[in-house]
Design a protein around this ligand. Structure first.
Ligand SMILES: *Cc1c(COP(=O)(O)O)cnc(C)c1O
Length: 384
């Protein structure tokens, strides 16, 4: 057999260089807060074209840091999309803020700038966009909105490391951009994340928050004694280790190859799915370099004779690790109870949720595995 019994929806790629890189740290003096952290941060900043990068323990920690950096206060509102991983909205709640959901566009499932504008109130402080599936959102329009209403633009680009919008890399298009290095993402550090920005003050606040809220004023330290530090505001331990960053440095060198592979697989799906009625990939806009964290199709139950739920079951039974990204965040019990959200809030997202299916995509996926996914998809839709 040329394919595994089970094809997962996503999977990391680790080679001997990655392993050697990690082992060398284990033999060194620094396991955390050492030179590999700084080196990884510099590499990420250079790669995306931002002045500062701060690496932290996860993408979720990175989002929390971003909320702290902009001094979000209890009662402040932040506009977020419903079709995303819950961490995009959870980070607002960590600070006592209120996530306000703006509906997505039906063809791309990216948050609609028009819907965002409708949700802006006097309490709105920021917008968190999501480059869903690896397609950059409409940054031009969001930048205009942020400027017009005096809001901070935060990009949750956990799906989109390496993606480009009108030739510009994601990471250089918002006030703060967040990445995740979880194993299913484009590169991995095991767990890990980063915040990138051109704003020095925001970068400094992120660093402070990552390390218990400790500030080091070097002049003051010299005067008082070198043991001296001050907790100015409450922070956390969101540090990342040198062990993880060594893996990240090694992985980043392979990112362009990983992206190329993801894009080839997506192309193969595009071509193979063209003549299957009722299975439609999401639309890719012009002037976009898609990073294909996910390959998402919509399943039309009338044209295929199966609904998404049935199709999901059949694919899984046949060893295809399909998934659903995502349940609209506000429909989770926590959000319903805490904010009173309910069905009907974002009708486009709710309708999409019934139809979306993520097909397997990861750099080491073979052509024959893509063929197998498509063939099982074909079998599953015409049999009732
Ligand atoms: C993965 C992901 C996160 C969280 O990242 P972790 O590293 O798993 O904490 C946040 N937002 C989105 C959109 C993600 O896909």
């Amino acid at each position: 057999m040329d394919y595994k019994d089970y094809i997962p929806y996503g999977c990391q790629s680790i080679d001997e260089d990655d392993i050697a890189s990690v082992c060398s740290v284990l033999r060194s003096d620094w396991l955390t807060t050492g030179p590999k952290v700084a080196q990884f941060e510099q590499a990420i900043a250079n790669y995306v074209g931002a002045r500062y990068a701060v690496a932290v323990s996860s993408g979720t920690a990175a989002l929390h840091c971003a909320m702290y950096a902009l001094r979000l206060k209890p009662g402040d509102e932040v506009i977020v999309p419903p079709i995303t991983f819950a961490a995009t909205a959870n980070c607002v709640c960590y600070m006592g803020g209120k996530p306000v959901f703006a509906d997505v566009e039906p063809d791309t499932l990216l948050m609609s700038p028009d819907e965002v504008e409708k949700k802006i109130t006097s309490k709105t402080r920021a917008i968190i966009t999501v480059d869903y599936a690896g397609q950059p959102c409409d940054y031009d329009k969001f930048q205009v909105l942020a400027k017009k209403y005096g809001l901070t633009l935060i990009a949750d680009s956990c799906h989109a490391l390496g993606a480009k919008y009108k030739g510009k890399k994601v990471g250089s298009l918002a006030d703060l951009t967040v990445f995740s290095f979880h194993p299913v993402k484009h590169i991995t550090t095991g767990e890990g994340g980063a915040i990138v920005t051109d704003n020095e003050e925001l970068a400094e606040r992120v660093k402070k928050f990552r390390n218990h809220g400790i500030s080091f004023d070097f002049h003051h330290r010299e005067k008082i004694g070198s043991w001296f530090y001050e907790i100015e505001e409450l922070g956390y331990n969101y540090r990342i280790t040198d062990i993880q960053c060594a893996l990240g440095i090694s992985q980043l060198k392979k990112l362009s190859k990983f992206l190329e592979k993801r894009r080839e697989i997506a192309k193969q799906y595009d071509n193979s799915l063209k003549d299957i009625r009722g299975i439609s990939p999401l639309v890719v806009k012009d002037n976009i370099f898609h990073a294909y964290h996910l390959y998402v199709v919509r399943v039309d139950p009338l044209l295929t004779g199966v609904d998404r739920k049935e199709l999901f079951k059949k694919m899984r039974e046949n060893g295809i690790g399909v998934n659903v990204h995502y349940i609209p965040v506000y429909l989770h019990p926590y959000y319903r109870k805490r904010f009173g959200y309910d069905f009907g809030l974002c009708p486009v997202a709710e309708a999409a949720y019934e139809e979306i299916l993520s097909l397997p995509i990861f750099p080491e996926m073979k052509e024959i595995e893509v063929e197998r996914v498509v063939s099982i998809l074909k079998q599953s839709i015409f049999i009732k």
